[in-house]
Design a binder for this molecule. Sequence first.
Ligand code: ADP
Ligand code: MG
Length: 407
Amino acid sequence: MPDAPTPIRTLDDLQVDGRRVFVRVDFNVPLAGDGDARTITDDTRIRAALPTVRRLLDEGAALVLAAHLGRPKGVDPALSLAPIADRLAELLGEKVDVAPEVVGDEASRLSASLRPGVADQRILMLENVRYEAGETKNDDDLARAYAALGDGIFVNDAFGAAHRAHASTEGVARHVEHAAAGLLLQREVETLEGILANPGRPLVAIVGGAKVTDKIGVIDAFLERADTVLIGGAMCFPFFKAQGHDVGSSLCEADGVEPARRALADAESKGCRLLLPVDLTLGREFSADTERRDLDGVDVEDGWMGLDVGPRTAAAYRDEILAAGSVFWNGPMGAFELEPFAPGTRAVAEAVADTDATTVVGGGDSAAALQQFGLGDRVTHLSTGGGASLELIEGKALPGVEALRRG
Ligand code: ADP
Ligand code: MG
C-alpha cells in the first residue's frame, strides 16, 4: 500500500491579517443567453468558494480573486467575469470591484487601493485569466505579475483546475512567500486521498460511463485497493466482448477490449472482486421513445443495444453498496439522460445515498445524475472537479496541488 502523500499547506498555516491575498477560485459556471442578458444557470461553484472567501475576510485580509470562464481565445466580452462578480457580491452582501483586465496598470492600481479589513473595499475580481495567452502556457512573467497583485500570499481553492499547470494554478506559487489550499481544495484532496490511503472496509468502487479507456486508470487504482469493483454503463460491453459475449449494436469502444481483458486478469490475480452486469435493459436506438425490453443475460442480439443495467444487476449492486464501509462512484450505469434507461443509475444513486458507508462521488455525469435524482446532499462528498478528481484517484500528481505541499 503506498504511503499517504505529504500534506498540503492550509489556511491554518497563514497569517493574512492586513494583507492582500491572491486567491484562485473555480468560478467556471454554466451561463445562458448573450451580452448583458447572460444569466448564471447554476451557481454551485461560486457558493462552494464562499467558506474560503469568508474565512479570509474574517481574518482581516483583502482578496484579489482570479478565475477562468470557458475557453476564450484572447479577450472575449462574452466570457467576462463581471456577471459572476455580481453574483458573488450578492451572495456575500458586500461590494466586489471588477478589474477591466487580468494584469496591467489598472489591475495593479485597483489592487493597490484595496483596504484589508474594510467592508466594500477589500475584494477585487480580475478578468478571465484565460484572456491572457500566458495563462495556459504557465508563463513565468504572468505568474510573477499575479503574485505582485498580492502581498506574498497565494491561496488556491480551484480544485476543478488543479490538474492543469497554469500560471494562476501552479506558476504563481513559485513567486509568493506562502502558498496554501483553500477550504474546498483541502476537503477535496483530503477526502479523495483518504479513500485511497485509509478507506473503511469493504471498499466498493462503482465505475460506469461511456468508455473503458477514459476510466482504465481509475479501474486500475481500485483493483489495487478495493475489495469490490462494480462495472456498469456502456463500458461493460468491451468487458463482455473480451469474455466472448455478443454485444449487438451496443456502444462498445473497440480500443477498450484489450484494457478490459487485462483488467479482468488483474482482478483475478489481485483477488479483487470485479462484478459485471448479469442482465440488461435494451433499446433499438439511443432515444427515449425507442422500443424497449429487458434481457435476463448479457448476450445482445443484433438490432438491439444495451442502454441500462437490468433490475437483477441493480439489486445486486445495491446490496454491495449497502454492505460497504466506503464507496467511490464514478460514471452512470446507463443512458440515464433518457428516462426509460435511468432506473439502473437511479438504483445505484439511491443505494449510495442510503448506505451508512463513507461515500465519494466524482465525475461530471455521475454528479449530474445524483443532482437530477435530488440526492446530491445525501453523500459524504460530491467532488466539484470531474477531471481533477479522476486524475487524483489514478495516482497522478496534480500540479496545482503539488505546489501546495510542505517542503
Ligand atoms: P462521467 O462524466 O460521470 O465520468 P462518462 O462521461 O464516462 O461519465 O459517461 C456518461 C455518458 O455515458 C452519458 O452520456 C451516458 O448516456 C453514456 N452511457 C452510459 N451507459 C450507456 C450505454 N449503455 N449506452 C450508451 N451510452 C451510455
Ligand atoms: Mg462525462
